[in-house]
Design a protein around this ligand. Structure first.
Ligand code: ADE
Length: 239
């Protein structure tokens, strides 16, 4: 998968060279290209923002650098013969990102992330981007970040680890929170007793059927307690 990131703070993404995603880039599974949006400015101050038409607080990102950058990383000349890219703008005003979104995006060939700052990006940029690819405005959740960089990193990590070959043991992906609509069961390792706290007996029993049942019950219990919104109505009422 190819991933292009457009940002005025490209060094945010240095962390993505670490760990599993770093290895995936070395192995050629993920081709991550982080670009400085200011490379597409031509004035002395590399200006990327200006005051909003109609007044109001804050600054808005100018369309010109975005247009030139998108032409270069998402335009037809750069993606000749390939699938049209999916162009994602992280935004608190977007659809909410979930594991399902991550799974769907992990099958795409080319993602482009446009990281906005300030009060946002001139609206015409989204319209223009739709001529080049499929545009998605995606929110990490109902809170506001200072810009799209942290949201983009979270999405790249969630998507990247679902690409075949990125996580060494694919079985570990099956049993985690949100994969089956429930929260993950609790995990324990050695020692069996630590600071007078014992690992539940069932996990030491060697009875794999009973362990699987217990884990399933734990999943429901935790989901009922912490995230009842994930359960169908008839499951929330059970004791
Ligand atoms: N940019 C600012 N806040 C955001 C959020 N909650 N999700 C995605 N991008 C954002």
């Amino acid at each position: 998968m190819r991933i292009d990131v457009l940002s005025i703070f490209p060094s945010y993404f240095d962390g993505l060279t670490l760990s599993l995603l770093g290895k995936a880039q070395h192995a050629g599974i993920i081709d991550l290209r982080v670009h400085d949006l200011r490379d597409w400015t031509s004035d002395r101050h590399n200006t990327v923002d200006d005051t909003p038409y109609g007044g109001g607080a804050g600054m808005v990102m100018k369309p010109e650098p975005w247009g030139l950058a998108l032409d270069d990383v998402a335009g037809p000349s750069d993606t000749a013969g390939a699938e049209r890219p999916t162009i994602i703008f992280p935004s608190p005003a977007g659809e909410v990102f979930t594991q399902k979104t991550a799974r769907a995006l992990a099958t795409h060939e080319h993602l482009v992330f446009g990281c906005g700052r300030y009060e946002g990006i001139d609206e015409r940029v989204f319209e223009y981007a739709a001529d080049l690819g499929e545009v998605r405005l995606i929110s990490l959740g109902d809170y506001v970040l200072n810009g799209g960089e942290v949201a983009t990193m979270a999405m790249i990590e969630a998507i990247g680890r679902l690409i075949p070959g990125v996580v060494g043991n694919p079985e570990s992906l099956v049993e985690e929170s949100h994969e089956d609509g429930l929260l993950e069961y609790p995990s324990y390792t050695k020692p069996a007793s630590w600071r007078e706290r014992a690992v539940p007996d069932i996990l030491l029993s060697g009875n794999h059927g009973a362990i699987a049942t217990w884990r399933r019950e734990q999943q429901f219990e935790r989901t009922r307690l912490r995230r009842p919104d994930l359960l169908p109505d008839d499951e929330t009422s059970q004791s």
